[in-house]
Design a protein around this ligand. Structure first.
Ligand SMILES: [Zn+2]
Length: 266
């Protein structure tokens, strides 16, 4: 059964505030500065919530795995912005070597460019999830139609290429607006953020990236890395390739198992 859209408390409050401001202006037009001030403060709060990728004020947002998965000692590796023909195959080899599974938040247009690679991700036991069609910098500035177009197009590209429909969505750079959750509900997608990230599209220091990801590592963590747009280390290596072996070894040492987000829901 698809989810039903239930506005988050902040969204319900915002709708009520807009209604109250409109009603108040009809009754007392002189009070417009108060109404304008209240609405400006409300929009500032909605914008701030959308700028914080791990914020749950706009709707449900996974920042950790469900408690049952955490109790089973599961963690999730999420790998964004691919597939990349130079990096993703080597990431797949590293994951295989450690018996780990990952969720790849792929960009629809890149799947269309590299369909065989996308199919190989699935064939090797991982999950493809939706990271929009074009990873637009302006994604969070779009209205409901633009947001839906970007997500629906990626959903269709991935399904047509791999026969598998994504169940999770991650916004480009994690930036969102209040129009996102109704679209995700319609497409039966769950928003997923992360527990920790290490800015590995900008940070080429593998030691530092590893430290940030592994600091306090525990069951239920969702870690974010990038196979697409990966920063390069001093030697020119995409930083994920230097960091992943250390992350996977640390998981093993801690008795944690890397699973896909989908597997964590069972
Ligand atoms: Zn991204």
């Amino acid at each position: 059964m698809p989810r039903r859209y239930r506005p988050a408390p902040l969204i319900r409050l915002s709708i009520a505030l807009h209604g109250a401001a409109a009603g108040g202006l009809l009754l007392q037009p002189d009070a417009w500065p108060w109404a304008a001030g209240a609405l400006a403060a409300n929009h500032a709060l909605l914008t701030a919530a959308g700028l914080l990728p791990r914020c749950c004020l706009l709707g449900p947002n996974w920042t950790r795995l469900p408690p049952a998965a955490a109790a089973r000692g599961e963690i999730a590796l999420t790998i964004d912005d691919g597939p990349d023909p130079h990096v993703t195959p080597r990431v797949l080899d590293l994951l295989d070597r450690h018996g780990a599974r990952a969720s790849f938040f792929v960009i629809g247009s890149r799947v269309a460019q590299h369909p065989a690679l996308a199919r190989e991700i699935v064939a090797r036991g991982h999950a493809l999830e939706n990271h929009s069609a074009h990873h637009l910098k302006s994604f969070s500035l779009h209205g409901p139609r633009g947001v839906e177009r970007e997500i629906r197009a990626a959903q269709q590209t991935i399904a047509a290429c791999c026969g598998d429909v994504p169940r999770f969505f991650r916004a480009p750079a994690g930036l969102r607006n209040p129009f996102l959750e109704p679209v995700l509900t319609r497409l039966d997608l769950q928003l997923a953020a992360w527990t920790r990230r290490a800015y590995d599209t900008r940070n080429g220091d593998a030691g530092n990236v590893g430290d940030r990801l592994l600091d306090g590592l525990a069951g239920g963590d969702i870690l974010l890395l990038h196979d697409g747009n990966a920063a390069r280390s001093r030697h020119g290596t995409p930083v994920i390739l230097d960091v992943l072996p250390r992350v996977l070894a640390a998981c093993k040492l801690a008795g944690l198992r890397a699973v896909t987000l989908r597997a964590a829901v069972r």
